[in-house]
Design a protein around this ligand. Structure first.
Ligand code: HEC
Ligand code: HEC
Length: 452
């Protein structure tokens, strides 16, 4: 027979256990219904659609970059001679070159373009102010020499010049997209999306860097983004790039109608297979260790628990998730916006911690952690070997197939252009779950990760 006290305790546990999130326990993310779509149409829209409806004149692009650029996508037609990360769109009958999603979401790895692999070559460091100056010059020149082209490009030029100065990261290879989104939002009315040349809400000083997550992981996830705050209809987040150029919500509705096709396409993407022989015996041993130490968070095969891991357990850099609490105006903007309205709304739900991502294809998605602070998986699994200052060769990139990640060079506080893990948002601490493994066990786990 149970005493009254223990029954009372059980009742208490249930009532409190369910209502108050325990800051020491991972939280499962519930699934949200998603719209279905046509993956073939989605691919077409992704690589040739006008969801970014603005850019610079095609002629200017060709003059700046040379006549024949290699297009890995072989799109032909209007886009022949235009690289995969730009799309030719028509505005007022003028052909403009617009940046597309593949700026950040495709990367050349070896000799081929890998769709959905985060682009770690982009350089948001230091030269954005220069870019703004170049844009201003291009604008002036166009206005004088080709007024019709200037009229068509004007909107894009104005927005790019307004947000450009906010996008400086400390180092090449990390992404400023969160900052870009914040800067766009700070200039737009949440309901009408109307642009304002002045900031409508305060924008904090710093840029918090992130690494771009691989698209092929999305099909397993119940929430988008590192802190899992992207809930509800994913299409609404996929179309966020449209904020660069959108002029009214009728245009947004037009993009929204096609974006579920893009989601359907993203759901077809698969992680690239490891290209070299794998030591089967070692990998099998690694699988057992993985099941014991890692699977409860990262999942196993099709079983993926969709867990948000609280800061107290993960201990990785806090800047990215903290920003949502320190600057709630962005989350508020979104949750009051057009994106959060209608019959398939999206919602931002902040959390003090990070999602444990699926590890499919993780062998090729270096650098690691949400801020790209750790160049190899060996380092993720052994915090003692993580470099405090490091860089890689962007011109002759070299991948390390033993440690799984970029071949890197270490430096010190005086090394220019090196990833400095002491900077705010750039910390490489936390995720100590592999530290207690022996070297042989760690090697076995790494061998196993190659099979995912
Ligand atoms: C300027 C770079 C950039 C561009 C352009 C961009 N993204 Fe992203 N995207 C990112 C970054 C960085 C993240 C991760 C942000 C975070 O989690 O804090 C992200 C996250 C995502 C995710 C979530 C993945 C996950 O697993 O959580 C999806 C899906 C996505 N982007 C789709 C798109 C689509 C579709 C487009 C084009 C319409 C696009 N993105 C344009 C940089 C970019
Ligand atoms: C308590 C949950 C938890 C456990 C246990 C755990 N991880 Fe993680 N792991 C996470 C979270 C959360 C992240 C994302 C952290 C971040 O980006 O700040 C992560 C990130 C990673 C990454 C980097 C992924 C990327 O693309 O950047 C790798 C690799 C990884 N874990 C491997 C492992 C392995 C192998 C084990 C077992 C030895 C393990 N993890 C155990 C929660 C966990």
């Amino acid at each position: 027979m149970k005493s009254w006290w223990s029954i009372g305790a059980i009742v208490l546990l249930f009532s409190f256990g369910n209502s108050l999130p325990d800051p020491e326990k991972p939280v499962p993310i519930p699934a949200s219904p998603q719209r279905t779509g046509d993956a073939v149409k989605g691919y077409q829209y992704l690589v040739s659609g006008d969801y970014v409806k603005g850019g610079l004149p095609l002629g200017l692009y060709k003059r700046a970059l040379g006549k024949q650029q290699k297009d890995f996508l072989n799109r032909g037609g209007l886009n022949s001679g235009v690289t995969h990360d730009f799309t030719v769109v028509e505005v007022n009958g003028e052909q403009l070159v617009a940046p597309n999603c593949l700026q950040c979401h495709a990367q050349v790895f070896g000799d081929s373009l890998v769709m959905g692999m985060g682009n770690t070559y982009l350089d948001f460091s230091a030269n954005q102010t220069m870019n703004t100056k170049n844009l201003a010059m291009a604008g002036k020149l166009l206005k004088l020499t080709a007024p019709a082209k200037y009229e068509a490009s004007k909107n894009f030029l104005r927005v790019s010049m307004a947000v450009g100065p906010y996008l400086n990261t400390a180092v090449r290879g990390v992404n400023a997209a969160d900052r870009l989104a914040a800067a766009l939002v700070a200039h737009r009315d949440p309901v009408t999306f109307q642009w304002s040349d002045t900031l409508l809400m305060p924008l904090p000083d710093e840029v918090i860097p992130s690494d771009v997550p691989a698209w092929w992981l999305l099909k397993k996830k119940n929430a988008m983004f590192y802190n899992g705050f992207g809930r509800g209809d994913f299409g609404r987040f996929l179309m966020a790039s449209n904020l660069l150029t959108v002029t009214d919500t009728a245009e947004s509705a037009e993009v929204d109608r096609q974006i579920s096709d893009v989601l359907a396409y993203l759901y077809t993407l698969k992680a690239p297979a490891y290209p070299f022989p794998i030591d089967k015996e070692l990998a099998e041993k690694g699988a057992l260790i993985y099941n014991d130490h890692c699977a409860k968070c990262h999942g196993n095969g099709d079983a993926y628990p969709n867990l948000l891991v609280p800061a107290a357990i993960i201990n990785t850099d806090t800047a990215l998730y903290s920003a949502n609490y320190q600057n709630p105006q962005f989350v508020d903007w979104f949750n009051r916006s057009w994106f959060a309205s209608g019959d398939h709304p999206a919602k931002l739900v902040p959390y003090q911690g990070y999602i444990a991502p699926p590890l499919d294809g993780v062998w090729c998605t270096a650098p690691y952690l949400h801020n790209g602070s750790v160049p190899t998986i060996e380092g993720v699994l052994n915090s003692a070997v993580r470099p405090a200052f490091w860089t890689r060769d962007f011109n002759k990139p070299e991948y390390d197939y033993q440690r799984l990640g970029w071949t890197y060079y270490t430096g010190d506080a005086s090394s220019v252009g090196y990833y400095d893990t002491n900077k705010k948002g750039y910390g490489n601490y936390g995720h100590y779950f592999g530290d207690k493994l022996t070297d042989t066990d760690r090697k076995a786990v790494i061998e196993y990760l190659k099979t995912l």
